[in-house]
Design a protein around this ligand. Structure first.
Ligand code: SF4
Ligand code: SF4
Length: 425
């Protein structure tokens, strides 16, 4: 049965908002765009008006598309408004009214969910870097003509491993001695393509912590990008595929290392009606989902002895912090490395402007938000930024380049591996 507009917009949830405005100072787009319609309260009001027929879906479009989905508003809301569900409903209704685009359909239906396409992307990028084409195109500004500021993003990409490294990766790392935990590794789509080395480092940290690690073959994209662009039904199908893929073996943990993916995985139970078989299966799945920092802290199996002599700050992924509620573990892990001085941000809760594909489709707005973030980063006097999400890492690299700084931006996992920890047991 087709649901009504009110149901699709989660109209009933908009009544939880009491219009207090506590969320306004927490909202990056309200701060940088200075419009009520671009605040959490304003967006909720607009959704309510569209559901009641007092405003059109067209009126909703810009304010919702300029929302980062960072969920900072939900952390300060006294009435626990389920903004994420309201936001997702609004995205869905906007997407329903848009004309279909073949390229977009291909990207979401075939490209992101396919390991083969992701490997091809990684290998093509490796060839682009390795052949010297990247240097030539940067030298002569060839990519400047490419759309969506691709020239800026491609300079921030990490060095890719070759096809052999991808081919040779095992899908099962077992131990001769009893394991401290059995981990099902959620490899992600872009993460495993562009940040393959970070995935490999994650596996290595788990192995040194005494765990065994398995990559279930049938896993697919988490569906975050689909949900955040309104393709809710497709994201539910991906969720089902992942739930099934990780049911096959008795995993203690389902581990990921990308804040954005992890936030989607922990929301799987909300996608199904309570009392249904899929809801039960999703609840079991979610109970085992953990970020890598949580698992390393729980296993407590690493000893750090090598000194790194760095001063760093930590930029948390909004989705790790605000949705998964993981805050202290990454900081504790950084503090475990001898020689590393951690200088915390004044406003760690403020989004960096990456937000999935936000910085690609809303480039100018994302850069305004990034500039606010970089003021905070520079204020710490740190020589490096540690992040817990690939999108944040690329965005911080862009921020460093915009400020003309010599500063590294690394994933937490890569920093930990640089310190070459030993197994404790
Ligand atoms: S803090 Fe919560 S209740 Fe208050 S205006 Fe914002 S969303 Fe509404
Ligand atoms: S999700 Fe982030 S950008 Fe969107 S309304 Fe909430 S605080 Fe503002």
């Amino acid at each position: 049965m087709t649901s009504s507009l009110k149901e699709r917009l989660n109209y009933d949830k908009t009544f939880d908002c009491v219009q207090c405005g506590y969320c306004l100072p927490a909202c990056p787009t309200y701060e940088t765009m200075e419009k009520e319609t671009h605040s959490p309260r304003g967006r909720i009001n607009l959704v309510k008006m569209v559901a009641e027929g007092k405003a059109s879906v067209e009126d909703l479009k810009e304010p919702i598309e300029k929302c980062l989905g960072c969920m900072a508003c939900t952390t300060v809301c006294p009435t626990n408004v389920q903004y994420g569900e309201i936001f997702e409903g609004a995205k869905r209704v906007i997407d329903e009214e848009r004309p279909r685009r073949l390229v977009e359909d291909f990207l979401f239906q075939s490209f992101f969910p396919s390991s083969k396409w992701m490997n091809t992307l990684g290998n093509a990028t490796w060839l682009y870097q390795k052949s010297g084409l990247q240097k030539v195109s940067q030298r002569f500004g060839l990519t400047r003509r490419a759309p969506l500021q691709i020239h800026e993003f491609e300079t921030a990409l990490p060095a890719m491993p070759g096809p052999k490294a991808r081919r040779n990766r095992a899908d099962r790392y077992v131990r001769k001695r009893p394991a401290s935990a059995k981990v099902g590794f959620f490899k992600g789509c872009v993460m495993d393509s562009v940040f393959f080395e970070t995935n490999q480092n994650t596996v290595e940290l788990l192995l040194r912590s005494g765990a065994e690690v398995v990559f279930p073959e049938a896993q697919t994209c988490c569906g975050a990008l689909h949900a955040h662009t309104g393709k809710v039904d497709h994201s539910v199908e991906l969720a089902k595929q992942n739930i099934e893929a990780f049911e096959e073996e008795g995993f203690d943990y389902i581990v990921n290392n990308a804040g954005g993916c992890g936030a989607r995985l922990v929301e799987y139970a909300h996608l199904f009606d309570e009392g249904t078989e899929w809801h039960e299966r999703a609840v079991r799945f979610v109970s085992r989902v953990k970020d890598i920092s949580e698992v390393l802290a729980e296993l407590d199996g690493l000893v750090f002895e090598k000194e790194l002599l760095k001063t760093v700050t930590y930029q948390p992924s909004c989705h790790l912090r605000n949705v998964q509620k993981v805050t202290s573990e990454p900081l504790d892990l950084i503090r475990m490395i001898p020689g590393v001085e951690l200088r915390e941000l004044e406003r760690p809760e403020f989004c960096c402007g990456s937000a999935g594909v936000y910085n690609i489709v809303n480039y100018e707005d994302a850069m305004d938000i990034l500039d606010v973030k970089m003021q905070d980063v520079c204020g710490t006097g740190a020589g490096g930024v540690v992040t817990s999400n690939p999108g944040c890492q690329l965005q911080m690299k862009l921020g460093v380049a915009r400020e003309g700084l010599e500063m590294e931006a690394v994933h937490l996992v890569d920093l930990l591996m640089e310190a070459d920890p030993r197994p404790k047991w």
